[in-house]
Design a binder for this molecule. Structure first.
Ligand code: FES
Length: 70
């Protein structure tokens, strides 16, 4: 599914960028990681939500490991 029609970024493109080590922490970094920049901004909210989802998923993935180490 196309999320950013200006840059033809798909949901898969964005999620792939977010899975990279030291991946993007905000929408503007997502554009940069995918070799483009924000144009109309219509997708920025959707991309920001995907960034937040990835951040929360990473926290949930790290939390059990942290508990075992304690
Ligand atoms: S839809 Fe993504 S910048 Fe326009």
């Amino acid at each position: 599914m196309i999320v950013c029609s200006c840059n033809l970024l798909t949901e898969a493109d964005i999620r792939s960028a977010l899975r990279q080590p030291n991946g993007p922490d905000c929408a503007c970094e997502v554009y940069a990681a995918l070799g483009c920049s924000q144009d109309c901004g219509g997708c920025a909210g959707s991309i920001a939500c995907m960034v937040e989802e990835a951040r929360l998923a990473n926290l949930c993935a790290v939390a059990p490991a942290a508990k075992k180490a304690a």
